[in-house]
Design a protein around this ligand. Structure first.
Ligand SMILES: NC(=O)c1ccc[n+]([C@@H]2O[C@H](COP(=O)([O-])OP(=O)(O)OC[C@H]3O[C@@H](n4cnc5c(N)ncnc54)[C@H](OP(=O)(O)O)[C@@H]3O)[C@@H](O)[C@H]2O)c1
Length: 267
């Protein structure tokens, strides 16, 4: 793996900004929380697990945002503890579906994948966007996936369909909210080098009796190849999100930014 490049940042760029990042204790979400906090934002985050030692209890809500009750808890806590909301990064998402194609996906699995990857964002927006409309400003990023354009059929049909719906929903929302001073964009990552994806590499290597580099290459081959030869670092996803929610991206709205090292093979 190539090492992570160094980034420079303006440590006051987001001073005074009140931010919610869902799922900010691992992977891309953790990097987004760290990136925005380092640039001066006050960032509240969520997870189902207990609070990690590194986070302040005032800036963490333990809740399952794939449920309506969880989304309501998080939205109420954000408004109460932050006193309002300027930036929302809907990062929570993922898939736990088994292999076996469409026939392996039960009614419950479809419900779970849609709740986590689509409805969590829809509900939180419904609860929080009215506050942005009142103040006449705000920025929203929905984290989708390249699977919304490049769906894989072995186990992630429901995930890919939910992410496609999320991207479409995000575009529709942008049309309504743009005239009210609120920017809405989508980020569609390809494979990200997270603890979870590295655990998968280790599992595959152990299962096939090969080494981790071979297993990593096997995943890239399954994706049709990653032209830059590696997954993205979570910090690289965070850097793109930080740009999109900043004033530097003031004219970027209703767009989807793919960050996949060239994985999607078409224009
Ligand atoms: N990893 C990839 O290769 C990849 C590729 C394309 C797109 N993406 C997208 O990028 C985003 C981040 O993925 P990631 O791989 O960085 O995630 P991750 O490492 O699995 O971390 C997910 C985070 O969300 C929290 N979380 C999960 N389910 C939750 C729930 N129901 N309610 C509240 N918090 C929850 C997790 O904490 P708890 O487990 O404690 O709840 C954790 O903090 C997702 O939207 C994913 O679909 C990822």
């Amino acid at each position: 793996m190539t090492i992570l490049p160094k980034f420079t940042l303006d440590d006051e760029e987001f001073a005074g900004k009140r931010v919610l990042v869902t799922g900010g204790t691992k992977g891309a979400g953790e990097a987004i929380v760290q990136r925005l906090s380092a640039a001066g934002a006050t960032v509240l985050t969520t997870a189902r697990s207990a609070i990690p030692e590194t986070l302040s209890p005032q800036l963490f809500v333990q809740a399952d945002v794939s449920t309506l009750a969880g989304a309501e808890t998080v939205a109420a806590s954000a408004l109460e503890r932050l006193g309002g909301i300027d930036i929302i990064v809907h990062n929570v998402g993922g898939s736990k579906s088994p292999g076996g194609g469409f026939a392996g996906l039960t009614e419950q699995i479809w419900q779970d994948e849609l709740s986590l990857n689509l409805l969590a964002a829809v509900r939180l927006d419904r609860l929080l966007v009215p506050r942005m409309i009142e103040q006449g400003s705000g920025t929203i990023v929905h984290i989708s996936s390249i699977q919304r354009r490049l769906p894989l059929h072995e186990s992630t049909i429901a995930y890919a369909a939910a992410k496609a719906a999320l991207s479409s929903y995000s575009k529709a929302l942008s049309k309504e909210l743009g005239p009210q001073g609120i920017r809405v964009n989508t980020v569609a990552p390809g494979w990200i080098h997270t603890t979870a994806s590295e655990a998968m590499v280790k599992r595959l290597a152990a299962h096939s009796g090969s080494d981790e580099e071979t297993a990593r290459q096997g995943i890239m081959d399954a994706l049709g190849g990653i032209p830059i030869g590696r997954p993205a670092w979570p910090q690289e996803i965070a850097e793109l999100v930080a740009f999109l929610v900043s004033d530097r991206a003031g004219a970027i709205h209703g767009a989807e930014y793919v960050i996949d090292g060239g994985t999607i093979p078409t224009v």
